[in-house]
Every structure is written in C-alpha cells, then in structure tokens.
Ligand binder design. Structure first.
Ligand code: COA
Length: 457
C-alpha cells in the first residue's frame, strides 16, 4: 500500500485529527503557551504526581454562576433539544461538515439521527448538556459541545464524572478562542450538578494525557478503498496479492456466536464487569447503561430490517453444553459519505467497541505466558469474527485502538498502525500514567498491553 495515501486515509478515519506523530519534542507547545489550559485544573506536562485525586476540591455547586458565560454580541447560546428533529439535524449538519478536515472535501462523516440518539441519550442525559452556539441573526448553529453522565473507575477510586464529546466549531470560525468558551460553559453546566471531573479524548496534545493510544485500521474491502483513492497499490504487488492478503471468509468461526438479545443482559453484564475489572481506567456501567450501549437506543424493528443502517452490533458466545455465555464483543458503525465519486457514495467504517471473554479467567496472573496465549488465541477468534460480521454488513474498514487487550490480536488480524494517536484526559484530576498499548517507539506493546478499559465514541 502506498504509505502516503494510506496515511491520508488513516488520518481521515480518526475523528480527532491527531497530529501527535508530526510533532517532535521541540515543536510541542510548552505549558506556558497553553493560554487557556494553563488556567484550568489539569496536570502540567512535567508534574511529579505524588498522589492521585482531584486538583481543585474547594468549589461547591452554589459557588458556580447560574447564568451562561458571555459571548460575542453576534452569537447566542442555544441548548439543543435533540428530540426535536430540526435541532438534531442542525447538530449533525455542523458535525458532518466540520468535524473532519478533508482538504479535497471528498469525504464527510455521515452522522445520523440514530447515531445521536444512541450517543447523546445515554441514561441520565440532560438536555442542558447539549450546548450549541448560534449566529443571532440567522439562527445558524456554528458550535457544539456535549456531556453525558458516567461513573469512572480509576484504579481504586470511583469518580462521578461526565464524558465530553463532539466539540466542534464551524470551519470559518476557527482560531477565535471559541473552544475555551464552550469548554468553560459545559464545565459550568456540569459543575452546577455537583460533578467536577470529566473524561475526554483528543488527537491534540493538551496538558496532560493520562494515556495515549494509537489508531489501527484493518481494510475489509480493499478494492473499494483502492477505487475511491484511499489506497494505492504498493510497488511489487498486484491487486490480486492485496485482495488475497486481506481476504476474509464469509462465515464466522466461533461456535455458539449469536447477536446479543435483551435476555442476555444479565449474564453478559456480569461477564463484562469481571473482564473490565482488569483495567486501570474503566467506565462503570449500570445494567441500564449496559443495555443502552450494547442493544442500542433505536427502534428494534427498524434495526432488524436494515442491518446496514444499524449503529451498534453486539454478539455473545453461548456454550452449547452449559448454555453459559463465555464471550461478548461489540462494534459500532460511523460511515463516511463519499462526495463526487461516480461509483461509490458511502464508505462503511466499523469501530471496535467493548468485549469480554472468560478465556484467561482461570489463570492467576493474566500476564503469564499461558494466560496470554489463551487470551490471544480467543481474541484472534472473536475479533476475527467481528471483522467478518463487519464486512458482511458492508463495512469497508475496521478501526481499533491499542487500548484494552487489543495489542494481542492487532498484528495477527492484519490491523495496520495509523498515524493518529488518541490522548485520554481527565479534567480536574491528577493521575499516574496508564499504559496505552504502545512501546516507547509507538509500536504495539503486546507484553504490557493497555490499562485503558474505556472506549469513547
Ligand atoms: C477542536 C476545535 C473545536 C478547536 O477550535 P479552534 O477554533 O481551533 O480553537 P480556539 O481558537 O477556539 O481555541 C484554542 C484553544 O482550544 C484548545 N483546543 C483545541 N482543540 C481542543 C480539543 N480538542 N479539546 C480541548 N481543547 C482544545 C487549544 O489548545 C487552545 O487552547 P490553549 O491556548 O490553551 O492551547 C476545532 O478545531 C474543531 O471543531 N475541529 C474539528 C472537530 C474536532 O476535532 N473536535 C475535537 C474532538 S476532540
């Protein structure tokens, strides 16, 4: 594959447009140059962290102003009612057109109503946490930021928190210091509810990541990626070679694999909780949240009819003898629209989400050779089937991070490392670093793996 083209593809595929790989140490901004972030309760890059915990502990909800921050005269705050079709469309238009930088304007994210209903209407969601900015005169939505409530667990500490996502400013209004205003406003709205920590991710390096993971990509439909110009033929290779290299069987391998159903929630939840407990940073799901995130929040009947429009795909493995659920995995769909191409109008993209397996539960030390081998074998089978399923619902490429235990299967299953990195941040919290599945040289680290057990959309 032509490395430059591939990198272009990989860059487009990451929602956050990370530039970390391009920055060497000298080019990286110093703390003093972060005019906004240096005023916020976040750890600085060189901080010698002695204990983990909140940075600013003094504030109470009653100390927080009741009214929004001032905006320039031509703009106004607009709380988005995502149950209102027109307002929801405003949000996905803004995001579809401005979330990803693509200088040739050849591809756009294709966020849909169903995607937002799933991503933003998590249990406990609040309308006031869907924050927009509009142009007063025209009513045009030009910026957005959102929060959903979550419970984080960082090692021994449980942290009532929010997850911040979908920060977006219209392309024509960039570099005008609007992002800090949005961030401060969502902080205010969250603080009013007595919540003082937030989980967020960005490709951009900000003070200070608790972990950094790398994007990886597994071509599913190589010829389409080639047709739309995402992929070039590497020298000394033929199309046939590439097709053979990335070929996948049509049917799944794992016996007892089937779509997860409401009746599985109880057992899958237990398996999932047990598996997740190995990681340092996880989101603690309630059963209701588990059901929301893995069964989806869209009309069941519609989902059944139109698999290709489905947002989240969850599968379980049921042992035929015992009837017990031994494994679970999920992935979600967030396609691109392809503009101005005669043959193709959409690029299907699957993202690995959460999974769990009992494959290494019987071992005392999960990092022992035997435990590692058992888990690796099982994940190769499970995620191997996930990518087949993704391909069968017309996804063209499958993305994963180096988080969770992913470094065990990435190479085996032909995921190529991307040039994008995803940094994890916790607002108003000092934390010791968490492994992100990467070695010093940014290659996969199958030995230490990752202790990031949370996946953000
Ligand atoms: C990210 C985005 C909102 C930043 O807006 P902008 O107009 O470039 O930046 P502004 O002038 O408003 O603000 C700059 C400040 O925001 C910070 N910032 C930039 N991107 C940020 C991010 N993703 N998260 C938090 N802060 C960010 C900058 O570091 C800077 O603060 P500093 O002076 O302390 O360094 C905008 O580039 C955008 O919409 N990008 C496309 C969508 C996207 O990538 N969203 C982020 C997902 S994590």
């Amino acid at each position: 594959m032509d490395e430059k083209k591939l990198q272009e593809l990989l860059k487009l595929l990451q929602m956050n447009n990370g530039d970390l790989s391009k920055l060497n140490e000298q080019q990286r901004k110093e703390m003093k140059d972060y005019k906004f972030w240096k005023t916020q309760p976040v750890a600085s890059f060189d901080e010698d962290i002695k204990t983990e915990g909140p940075i600013d502990k003094a504030k109470k909800p009653e100390d927080i102003p009741a009214s929004p921050l001032p905006l320039l005269n031509e703009f106004e705050w607009s709380t988005i009612d995502i149950n209102n079709q027109t307002e929801l469309e405003d949000v996905f238009l803004l995001l579809n057109e401005n979330y990803v930088e693509d200088k040739d304007a050849a591809f756009r994210f294709n966020y849909t109503k169903d995607f937002f209903n799933w991503a933003l209407k998590a249990p406990g969601w609040k309308e006031e946490w869907h924050v927009g900015v509009r142009v007063k005169k025209s009513g045009k939505l030009i910026a957005f930021i959102s929060a959903i409530p979550i419970t984080l667990k960082l090692r021994e500490n449980t942290i009532k928190s929010v997850e911040i996502n979908f920060l977006c400013i219209h392309k024509q209004l960039r570099a005008k210091r609007l992002a800090p205003v949005l961030i401060k406003e969502i902080t205010r709205r969250v603080n009013r509810h007595n919540i003082w920590q937030a989980l967020y991710t960005a490709g951009t390096v900000l003070p200070s990541p608790v972990s950094t993971c790398r994007y990886t990509h597994r071509p599913l439909n190589w010829s389409k990626l080639y047709d739309v110009g995402f992929t070039d033929l590497p020298p000394n290779q033929t199309k046939t070679d590439m097709l053979a290299h990335f070929a996948l069987p049509k049917t799944n391998k794992v016996a007892g694999l089937r779509p997860m159903e409401p009746k599985d929630i109880e057992e899958a939840y237990k398996l999932f909780e047990k598996y997740q407990s190995r990681f340092d940073l996880v989101q603690l799901f309630t059963k209701e949240e588990f059901s929301h995130w893995f069964l989806g929040n869209v009309d069941e009947n519609k989902q059944e009819k139109d698999l290709e429009k489905k947002i989240v795909f969850s599968y379980v493995v049921e042992d035929s003898k015992s009837g017990k659920l031994t494994d679970f995995f999920s992935f979600y769909s967030l396609p691109f629209t392809i503009l101005n191409h005669p043959g193709h109008s959409e690029l299907g993209i699957g993202y690995l989400y959460y999974y769990a397996t009992d494959a290494d539960f019987s071992f005392e030390d999960r990092f022992s050779n035997d435990a590692t081998a058992a888990l690796r074998k099982r994940l190769d089978e499970l995620i191997g089937d996930a990518i087949i399923l993704a391909k069968n619902v017309k996804m063209d490429v499958f993305n994963a991070l180096t988080s969770q235990d992913n470094t065990l299967f990435l190479e085996d299953l032909k995921f190529a490392p991307g040039d994008g990195f995803l940094n994890f941040y916790i607002f108003n919290y000092r934390a010791f670093p968490i492994t992100g599945g990467l070695k010093e040289n940014k290659a996969y680290d199958p030995e230490k793996r990752s202790n990031i057990g949370v996946v953000m959309l």
